[in-house]
Design a protein around this ligand. Structure first.
Ligand code: SAJ
Length: 429
């Protein structure tokens, strides 16, 4: 068993630290944000993820996971910090990786291994992290090992996936790959595949998420085509997927979260070859406008109307609203005033009220309402997230509460017959 210092205690770092501790490593969890370490040191868990609270508590109570206020010496340093995305420039901000590297320099010793898990533009480990770590006077590859092992877990199922998923490890040389593999072998039940080219490992992670984003863009375009031909896109996709070599994903209100809408852009950091990938991004981002148009087709002018949006988490059964399509739709509807200011006819598509509901999101800034208040007097309801709760909504009550009868199901989770039986006009994506 080894000593491990995990840098960054967010969605990936915290469960990873707890996992390593539950596998008997001596783990030190460090986060640059003192609020995070204080909360964790108090026994509180700041991330909404099924099973995480109990998992972290188990690690803390066993004495194998200690939350620390400063970086400590350790045989392994695992960096799990965010790489924020500049939406204007379409660029990754790698400053948290730079500061993690600088934090490791004073404690780095011969024989240690540094592993970067954060998703990064190709070349970041070698061109950004390595020179910083070498300010210690030690050489990467000979004095200490350096590798990239991209995280691959799906929010909502992180603990199981940390253990079960296959992992890719790319070291800057064979020794680095081996040293990193030793650590992951202690808890990963999936296959560990390796490459001695660290940039390949970075690239592979990005193309996995890009594959998914591009596939969803195809599904979204199919959904728009299907609507024009008056056919059910999901039935068509399910039938198409019966072919052994076809696997089209599901359409929806767009793609959210901190991975799929961002990682494809990282591929463009040092290349201008993003054609299909860029178009796919535009198709997915364009779904918000498409849904707005579907609302306008149903309700006519949105002026004076109330629209309720159910689900502002970026996907079902999680509480994370990062880059959420539901939230973008709400914001876009609320911002129509700006369009009105430049409209020659003075027209305005801004609804009177945009109400939002989400049983998984805990947010003081968003004005989240309960189901009755959100749907009460609404002219239309948009299901924007496939939370389990939304599969069994109280149809009769909602019919009473609403003043209109339009329901837009962007996730294909409603039973069309039951809603139509109560007089609803169901618009499916
Ligand atoms: N979505 C669709 N249609 C689908 C599937 C998803 O519209 O058929 C939407 C979701 O509603 C959501 C978005 O795509 O808005 C992203 O959801 P997701 O479940 O596809 O992925 P993430 O962002 O939660 O996690 C992804 C995963 N990557 C892959 O599956 C290749 C996960 O394994 C990665 O660890 C994670 O990105 C990451 O951190 O990179």
């Amino acid at each position: 068993m080894s000593t491990v210092c995990v840098h960054g205690l967010g969605y990936i770092g915290l469960p990873t630290a707890a996992m390593l501790a539950n596998y008997d490593h001596e783990v030190y969890g460090y986060d640059a944000d003192p609020k995070v370490t204080a909360q964790l040191a108090d026994g509180d868990v700041h991330i909404d993820e099924p099973g995480l609270r109990a998992f972290v508590t188990q690690a803390r109570e066993s004495g194998q996971l200690e939350i620390v206020d400063e970086v400590v010496p350790a045989a392994y340093h695992v960096i799990c910090v965010p790489t924020p995305f500049d939406e204007e420039q379409k660029e990754a901000d790698v400053s948290y990786i730079e500061s993690s590297g600088k934090g490791i320099v004073p404690v780095l010793q011969e024989g240690d291994t540094v592993i970067l898990e954060s998703t990064v533009p190709p070349g970041t480990t070698e061109n950004t992290l390595q020179p910083i770590l070498e300010e210690s006077g030690l050489n990467a590859g000979s004095d200490f090992a350096l590798a990239h092992c991209p995280e691959t877990v799906l929010p909502g199922d992180i603990i199981a996936e940390l253990q079960e998923n296959n992992r890719i490890i790319g070291g800057i040389n064979g020794d680095s790959t081996q040293a990193a593999t030793q650590l992951y072998k202690s808890f990963v039940e999936g296959e560990i595949r390796s490459t001695n080219d660290v940039t390949t490992a970075e690239f592979v992670k990005l193309i996995q998420n890009t594959y998914r984003d591009t596939n969803i863009a195809l599904a979204n375009e199919i959904a728009k085509l299907a609507a024009d031909y008056d056919i059910n896109s999901r039935e068509a996709i399910n039938l198409a997927n019966e072919h052994p070599r076809v696997d089209i994903l599901r359409p929806g209100p767009g793609v959210g979260g901190h991975c799929l809408p961002i990682d494809p852009w990282f591929l463009g950091a040092n290349s201008n070859q993003l054609d299909l990938i860029k178009t796919a991004r535009q198709v997915n981002d364009g779904m918000v406008d498409y849904i707005k148009q579907r609302l306008i087709n149903e309700l006519g002018d949105l002026r004076g109307k109330k629209i309720a949006i159910l689900g502002v988490a970026y996907k079902g059964d999680v509480g994370d609203t990062r880059m959420s399509p539901g939230l973008s739709l709400a914001q876009s509807l609320q911002q129509e005033e700006e369009t009105a200011a430049i409209a020659t006819d003075g027209g305005c598509d801004k609804p009177e009220e945009v109400a939002i509901h989400d049983p998984h999101v805990d947010d003081d800034v968003l004005n989240l309402l309960d189901l009755e208040d959100a749907t009460g007097s609404a002219d239309a309801v948009v299901i924007a997230t496939d939370h389990t709760e939304y599969e069994n909504l109280p149809v009769a009550l909602i019919a009473d509460w609403m003043s209109g009868n339009t329901i837009v199901d962007t996730k294909g989770i409603l039973s069309r017959e039951s809603w139509e039986a109560k007089g609803f006009s169901v618009q499916s994506i």
